[in-house]
Design a protein around this ligand. Structure first.
Ligand code: ATP
Ligand code: MG
Length: 384
């Protein structure tokens, strides 16, 4: 009896003619995720099997695969020849020592001598007659033994389903550029968009030496968390120190964050285009802070020339975002207390509903293009 892991996909099967492409990307993503662990991945009509792995690695493999988008569910199964004696032995070894159970059989191999009802009845009956602590309950069993008779002469027997991450394989929906801060929201936003099949690269703005190296390390750690779901990511790091100094020196301090946001969006768009990213992604949530009122978003959005901006968290409350942040393993990193560039030179009273006209008036006091070029030349790239 060989142990295998059954991988069932979620939305991939909906993609009609593109199915082959989706499956290829999906298999490559699983391969990258399992890198370093002994295994083989085989496709079997409508599912994948992970085979030939070290049994000691089973939990690690399941843990890693739980981050692969496109997986609907997984089961650790015993693979045997489609022979009633072997199927029975496998069923016995996944069967609990006591309790109410039922056997559920799926028979893809229509040439197999017994139909699914007969297989379930025979295997269930034998288990029952050999162990008096078992009972059968087909309506509300405590556990179910699944028997899956495949077309290729093998049968899979298992008793558990693990939930997959759902979504679509990363890479099947193009690429986006995530504006990642050290906060709670942006990694969650990146994760949500990656779940829809998008590759995510990251861009981070810092104000070193006003912000410190720990703040930078924290962002690298957050991008690493994200990269576990995206099979790798490229982090672009840009200094906005001089931009902030110039705003501080020349403009009404109430506009610090509003103006800085416009610079960030411009830089992010330019870098996104050079990287082949087709959209920007931010962690903005409507009304959460002053810069995220609809007026604030209008102001930062109006500098964007070509790309759409995705704001997947717009309708989320903070506690919903925190819950997701915990689920993806980012929260403990996000709450480390290092300053973001937006908190440097923070005005006592940031403008809450800036009119575009007033923003433009303040911005005219700066040499925007020169500051942009200078910031772009500070670009540093880290591949994760
Ligand atoms: P987050 O938790 O993601 O920091 P936030 O609630 O603190 O979000 P803001 O600081 O207003 O909100 O930032 C809104 C969005 O702007 C962020 O989600 C992120 O996409 C982007 N952003 C903010 N600061 C930076 C930064 N230093 N580098 C890159 N992007 C940033
Ligand atoms: Mg922030």
């Amino acid at each position: 009896m060989e142990k295998v892991i059954i991988i069932r996909y979620s939305e991939i099967h909906l993609k009609g003619k593109n199915r082959g492409y989706f499956e290829r990307v999906f298999a490559i993503n699983m391969e990258k995720t399992l890198k370093g662990l002994k295994h083989e991945i085989h496709r079997q009509s409508g599912r994948y099997l992970i085979e030939n792995f070290d049994l000691d690695d089973t939990d690690e493999i399941l843990d890693r695969l739980k981050r692969v988008f496109g997986i609907h569910s997984m089961s650790v199964a015993l693979k045997v020849n489609s022979d009633m004696g072997e199927i029975y032995k496998a069923a016995k070894s996944v069967c609990s020592a006591f309790g109410a159970f039922k056997v559920e059989t799926h028979r893809a191999d229509k040439k197999f001598a017994l139909n699914s009802m007969q297989i379930s009845a025979e295997i269930g009956g034998r288990l029952l007659s050999e162990n008096k602590k078992l009972t059968v309950d087909v309506h509300s069993p405590e556990f179910i033994i699944h028997i899956d008779v495949r077309e290729n002469g093998t049968t899979l027997v298992f008793n558990e389903f693990f939930k997959g991450a759902g979504g679509m394989p990363v890479g099947t929906s193009g690429k986006g550029m995530l504006l990642i801060s050290g906060g709670i929201d942006s990694p969650v936003a990146g994760h949500m968009i990656a779940k829809r099949g998008m590759n995510v690269d990251c861009i981070h703005f810092h104000s070193y030496p006003y912000t410190n190296m720990q703040a930078r390390d924290k962002v690298i750690e957050l991008a690493k968390v994200l990269s576990k779901y995206t099979c790798g990511t490229r982090l672009n790091i840009i200094s906005v120190t001089h931009i902030q100094e110039e705003i501080h020196k020349n403009c009404n301090e109430e506009y610090m964050v509003t103006l800085l946001r416009r610079f960030m969006m411009r830089i992010a768009e330019r870098i996104a285009i050079t990287c082949g990213a087709q959209c920007l992604i931010t962690g903005e949530s409507l009304g959460q802070v002053a810069s995220q009122t609809v007026e604030g978003i209008t102001s930062s959005n109006s500098v964007i020339e070509k790309l759409p901006v995705l704001r997947p968290l717009c309708g989320f409350d903070k506690d919903e975002i925190i819950e997701r942040s915990r689920e993806i393993g980012a929260y403990e990193i996000s709450i480390q207390p290092y300053e973001d560039c937006c908190t440097v030179f923070l005005p006592r009273h940031p403008v809450i509903k800036p009119s575009l006209a007033s923003v433009l008036e303040e911005e005219q006091k700066l040499d925007v293009e020169k500051l942009l070029e200078e910031a772009l030349s500070s670009r540093e790239i880290i591949d994760l």
